[in-house]
Design a protein around this ligand. Structure first.
Ligand code: ATP
Ligand code: MG
Length: 433
């Protein structure tokens, strides 16, 4: 497509991306924009970032830019850093041959598949045609050439865009086996772009979904955030569920997915719609809140098990349950420590919110995670109802009440019929040593 036949203007392209493209071009290399940015520009949207591909090797790229860092183990990539904006520059990738091959610089590299047909390495350089074949969906294999401002559409992506459908390049099963994350990406684009997954691309997903178990848990954390915590989480969840992908990612929730009326399912829908609303109103969100909410009933259930089967006291059973539930989840999705600590806090605070008398209430109020824990209590009250409604209302009033009103609220609790302060038994005084 020559410039006259498409709508992408240089004005829509980031100035830094243009600098990178021109520097490569003027140094005698090929330079293209590719992937999400070309797709989004053709859809008339603002791309999140601009990805560049070239025939220059990572070392050659590094030679051209002082602000260049080489990164990546699986893929060697160059990052050109302009303050907060990073332009990612990749060298065209070629096909994976089982034998050793030589790259342009004469270096020996190999790439091959494991027993599931999964690509374990693909750092072989190639031509632009090969690079296009390796991409996931037709609309992600369109290349904008800085030399003449034309677009080369290798897999008929324009057609998919106009039909608003997601079509995988090549044989779906082979491509999903090579990289099972592509199944998640199909769903992500369907929800984010409001498109449908073309029949052939969709058909095999449910039966191949278990291949996700072979993806390193560390890679999935970022993918899950992009799927569920980027503004179309609820829609994405329903699609993941429909394609049998969700249960693979959250095995402890699998038993509840057949019951959309159950509290576990409702909790998922609720926390995701809240998250979507927050994102779309420009408010901050944290993955910790999402994980705390979606695994909450698993913790409660596990606690009951430890009490019934192990005869543990509730507090110990609760602690053990937290550790169990997180450990099982982390086998699939590696939640970084900076989020597991707040998840634990939000859970522990649910217990502390039950204790409303004396100084305890003020200490809970001062906890750095009080706000998140209180927001979560509100959601629980909506889902579970019962006593939680009164408890949530009490905290709503208490946190913004005057000191005298706070005292009154506490004495109301003390005087209420059938009230028991669920405090732990007093410790015996220490013996003098
Ligand atoms: P987004 O707008 O969400 O960033 P994107 O299409 O740009 O969408 P990226 O993850 O940034 O997604 O990937 C950039 C490009 O790299 C994709 O457009 C696609 O061509 C290619 N790509 C990414 N992940 C894969 C994959 N798992 N398999 C094949 N190609 C991929
Ligand atoms: Mg992108």
């Amino acid at each position: 497509m020559p410039r006259s036949e498409h709508s992408i203007s240089r004005e829509d392209i980031s100035a830094n991306a243009l600098k990178v493209l021109y520097r490569l071009h003027n140094s005698g290399y090929q330079a293209y924009l590719v992937g999400g940015c070309v797709r989004d520009l053709l859809l008339g949207e603002h791309p999140k970032d601009f990805d560049v591909v070239t025939d220059a090797t990572p070392e050659q790229i590094k030679g051209l830019f002082r602000n260049c860092r080489l990164i990546g183990r699986r893929f060697r990539l160059a990052h050109i850093v302009f303050g907060r904006e990073i332009i990612e520059v990749a060298t065209f990738r070629g096909h994976h041959e089982p034998q050793a091959t030589e790259d342009k610089a004469g270096k020996k590299t190999t790439s091959h598949l494991n027993q599931h047909g999964q690509l374990v390495r693909d750092n072989v350089f190639g031509s632009i045609e090969e690079d296009a074949e390796r991409r996931d969906f037709s609309f992600n294999a369109m290349y904008y050439n800085i030399a003449d401002y034309s677009i080369t559409d290798f897999a008929n992506g324009q057609d998919s865009l106009s039909k608003r459908e997601i079509r995988i390049i090549g044989d779906p099963e082979t491509r999903y086996r090579e990289d099972p994350v592509r199944m998640l990406r199909a769903v992500r684009f369907a929800a984010k772009l409001g498109m449908k997954i073309e029949e052939n691309t969709a058909k095999r997903i449910p039966e191949l979904a278990p291949l996700l178990a072979n993806i390193p848990a560390a890679r999935l954390f970022e993918e899950i955030s992009k799927l569920l915590l980027s503004g179309s989480g609820l829609k994405t969840f329903h699609l993941l569920d429909e394609y049998k992908l969700f249960g693979q990612l959250f095995p402890q929730l699998q038993p509840f997915l057949d019951n959309p009326e159950g509290r576990e399912f409702k909790m998922l829908e609720k926390v995701l719609s809240n998250t979507d609303n927050r994102i779309n109103s420009g408010l901050r969100i944290t993955p910790a809140f999402f994980y705390a909410a979606c695994l909450w009933f698993c913790v409660e259930e596990r606690q009951q098990q430890h009490i019934a089967e192990g005869g543990l006291p509730p507090f110990d059973a609760f602690n053990l349950a937290i550790t169990d539930v997180l450990a099982i989840q982390m086998q699939r999705i590696m939640i970084p420590k900076r989020f597991t600590t707040p998840i634990r806090d939000i859970w522990h605070l649910q217990q502390r919110l039950n204790r409303r008398l004396g100084r305890r209430a003020y200490i809970t109020l001062e906890h750095p995670r009080f706000r998140a824990a209180y927001d979560f209590l509100l959601i629980r009250a909506e889902i579970e109802g019962g006593e939680l409604i009164e408890l949530a209302q009490w905290w709503t009033e208490f946190q913004s009440a005057s000191p005298s009103k706070q005292k009154k609220l506490q004495s109301d609790v003390r005087n209420s019929e059938g009230f028991q302060d669920r405090r732990r038994p007093k410790r015996r005084p220490k013996k003098p040593s």
